[in-house]
Design a protein around this ligand. Structure first.
Ligand code: C5P
Ligand code: MG
Length: 163
């Protein structure tokens, strides 16, 4: 079905992964130094890029990444999240929309991510063709409620571009 040509559309996406030892934690394409554990995932487990791809698809009412990359398909094992994001962005652009700005929240008890805020914003904005001031990055702890998880929530504003 054709997404209706609203001037703006809001997208929202979430992702969560369990953390385990012996893996690198990567968030928004940035490897997190001093993380004792990384994401357990079928793919590379970058919860920021997964949530962001879902937000893009959600904003266009195009479903979610599980429909395009079912985790039951071994062909998708270890898939680079940047590919998933690039594919989702290509769909958005096909429908004549572009991201305007992004707000993302990472919930993780440890380590502290504050020093990586600019790196994550820079990396995510580059992947979306945005300026880094157009990507807001916030961090929260779970206050010990989910110490073994990383959780990401993302909103994106999509703007219709003139043809
Ligand atoms: O969750 P809470 O409100 O206790 O977080 C306090 C501060 O710690 C926040 O300002 C946040 O930026 C920072 N934080 C962080 N890295 C995390 C979790 C929270 O830098 N992994
Ligand atoms: Mg994921």
């Amino acid at each position: 079905m054709t997404p209706s040509p609203l001037p703006y559309r809001i997208g929202y996406g979430e992702d969560a992964h369990r953390l385990a030892e012996g893996r690198t934690l990567v968030l928004g394409g940035v490897p997190i130094p001093h993380a004792e554990r990384g994401a357990v995932a079928h793919s590379d487990g970058d919860a920021v890029l997964h949530a962001l791809a879902d937000a893009l698809l959600s904003g266009m009412s195009l479903g979610d990444i599980g429909q395009y990359y079912p985790d039951t398909d071994p062909a998708h094992a270890g898939l680079d999240s940047r590919v998933i994001l690039a594919d989702s962005l290509a769909l958005v652009r096909e429908w004549k929309y572009v991201p305007a700005n992004v707000a993302l929240v990472i919930t993780l008890d440890r380590p502290k991510l504050g020093p990586l805020r600019a790196d994550i914003a820079r990396n995510v904005s580059a992947l979306l063709g945005l300026n880094e001031t157009e990507v807001g990055v916030s961090f929260k702890t779970s206050e010990g409620l989910a110490p073994d998880h990383v959780q990401v929530r993302v909103t994106v504003l999509l703007r219709r571009v003139e043809q």
